[in-house]
Design a protein. Sequence first.
Length: 162
Amino acid sequence: MLLKFRSMRQRNSGLRITASGDPRLTRVGRWLRQYKLDEVPQLWNVLRGDMGFLGPRPEVPEYVDLDAMVWQTVLSVRPGITDLATLLYRNEEELLARSTDPDALYRQQILPAKLALNIQYIEMRSPWHKAKVLFLSGLYSLVPQLYEEAGVRRMVLREKDL
């Protein structure tokens, strides 16, 4: 059970992913999401040992293919509050909002890219790399206007992956 502050009105309709400007978001919810404060209750998940500070973010079950090797690899490590994919896709809601079919964009482009980043994170888990991801995640949560994807890519990805 992943804990989060509620940032959306309860409705049964709509996608399982959220684009910026989604009418289901509350005013407070928009603010919580901007600063990633909706994730704070997950500290309880960390204390319980259900997740770590760093690790692949849990995914909505309908997007997971348990038969795919990439998913088996990603699900073999403990999930986390933040990871490389979360950091590099900090503006995911904005990307989805620009699409005429957010679900297709997520399934066909964003999710495969995030999975590739998760695999890369699993392969490069060094203390220095973890420290950079944690620091940058904290920085951009506190001061989101400083976020600049290209700069983050330079700081956290290997040269060949840029």
